[in-house]
Design a protein around this ligand. Structure first.
Ligand SMILES: Cc1ncc(COP(=O)(O)O)c(C=O)c1O
Length: 378
């Protein structure tokens, strides 16, 4: 609400200090313990975090790596995707998904998303060719794709599923967590993720011990447990300090997800009667999905005016990926592609603030501001 002295609240899109502030004392003690021991690379805290993540999901193996992009590159390589292969993925994703395919020498094939903004299984199937090696569902905005439909496509064509679960931690489809469906999956622990560290971090998960073995080699210069180089690898280890921080945060992770689900309910309460808006599925609307609300991505027919109105009221919003889907970026050398549904989505979509630093009052302020924009009482 604006008056002569400006808006009565200032709500940033994300509060980065909150990532630390939430568990300040516990995390400080954890960091000191690690630093005093000088335990920085491939130490016990990493093993403990990997075991904790594998147990939480649950999944056979979790391997910490340097960031979510590397997680996807390493997952694809470990599954055997390489030069000459095609990989099908949604155009509504971060460039990192397509870049991972590019950097293993394969070709990204971009397809449409459905009404819930997730990869459309029929579009994925239509894009499969004799060169397709894998489908990459992106578990976007803290929601797991319809993995039954995608697995059926993969099975019909004999291709692998490699999940981009960078935004998916904590989300479930039919009770099963994102990151446990594919031949392998990649997670990101970028600070603004539901499980965020104080810089870059990531993990690869898999139920296949052979894939896990390859991932461990690939993240550490191709070295085996005896330190012998047995293949070409990268330096992509999750720092032990970060692993310790993530292990501390994993303890309260489910309550983080629950809080996000409460915030999603509040958004829905305030906004669902507005016909011009398209909201994410509600947390209680579909028993097949348990969403973690990494993001709250809405659509509006008057998007730009609505964003300007919110900005005037002190509420910062963003459009994912700088406002463009992957097929809309020039300069990547991708063949021009028509994806009308994704194009339309990118004229309409944007993200409202969604994180556990938000109070109920702040979310009501945001919904009140949007309601006034549409001529309704706050
Ligand atoms: C959908 C998606 N894929 C991949 C990544 C890459 O993760 P990172 O930034 O940790 O490399 C991100 C991170 O923002 C993401 O949102």
């Amino acid at each position: 609400m604006t008056n002569s002295t400006g808006p009565s609240m200032q709500i940033p899109f994300f509060r980065y200090p909150h990532v630390f502030g939430q568990q300040r004392e516990e995390i400080l003690a954890t960091m000191l313990a690690v630093m005093d021991r000088g335990a920085f690379i491939l130490q016990k805290e990493l093993e403990e975090f990997e075991a904790g993540l594998a147990q939480y999901l649950p999944v056979g193996h979790a391997v910490g790596v340097a960031n979510g992009t590397d997680a996807l590159i390493i997952a694809l390589r470990a599954v055997g995707v390489g030069p000459g292969d095609e990989v099908v993925l949604p155009s509504h994703t971060y460039i990192a998904t397509a870049a991972a395919v590019h950097f293993v020498g394969a070709a990204p094939v971009l397809v449409e998303c459905g009404d819930d903004h997730m990869i459309e299984p029929a579009a994925a199937e239509a894009a499969v060719t004799s060169r397709t090696r894998a489908i990459m569902p992106v578990q976007l905005n803290g929601r797991t794709c319809d993995m039954d439909a995608l697995q059926a496509v993969a099975d019909r064509h004999g291709v692998a599923i490699v999940e981009d679960a960078a935004q998916g931690l904590g989300s479930r489809f039919k009770g099963r967590h994102a990151g446990t469906f594919g031949a392998a999956a990649g997670f990101s622990f970028y600070p603004a993720k539901v499980l965020g560290c104080f810089g870059d971090g990531g993990a690869v998960t898999t139920n296949d011990p052979e894939v896990a073995r390859k991932v461990r080699l690939l993240r550490d210069h191709g070295r085996n447990e005896q330190g012998l180089v047995v293949t070409w690898g990268l330096n992509s280890r999750l720092d032990n300090l970060h692993a310790a921080i993530l292990a501390a945060k994993l303890k309260t992770f489910e309550s983080e997800v629950e809080r996000r689900r409460q915030l999603a309910r509040l958004y829905r309460e305030g906004l669902e009667e507005i016909d011009d808006l398209s909201l994410p599925p509600g947390p209680d609307n579909d028993p097949d999905h348990h969403d973690a609300y990494q993001n709250y991505e809405i659509e509006s027919g008057r998007r730009d005016a609505l964003r300007a109105h919110l900005e005037k009221d002190g509420v910062r919003t963003i459009i994912q990926w700088g406002g463009k889907a992957v097929h809309q970026f020039e300069g990547l050398g991708l063949a021009p592609l028509k994806l009308p549904r994704t194009d339309r989505l990118f004229e309409r979509c944007f993200l409202l603030p969604m994180n556990t630093s938000l109070t109920d009052e702040e979310v009501r302020y945001i919904t009140g501001s949007i309601r006034r924009f549409y001529g309704l009482s706050a």
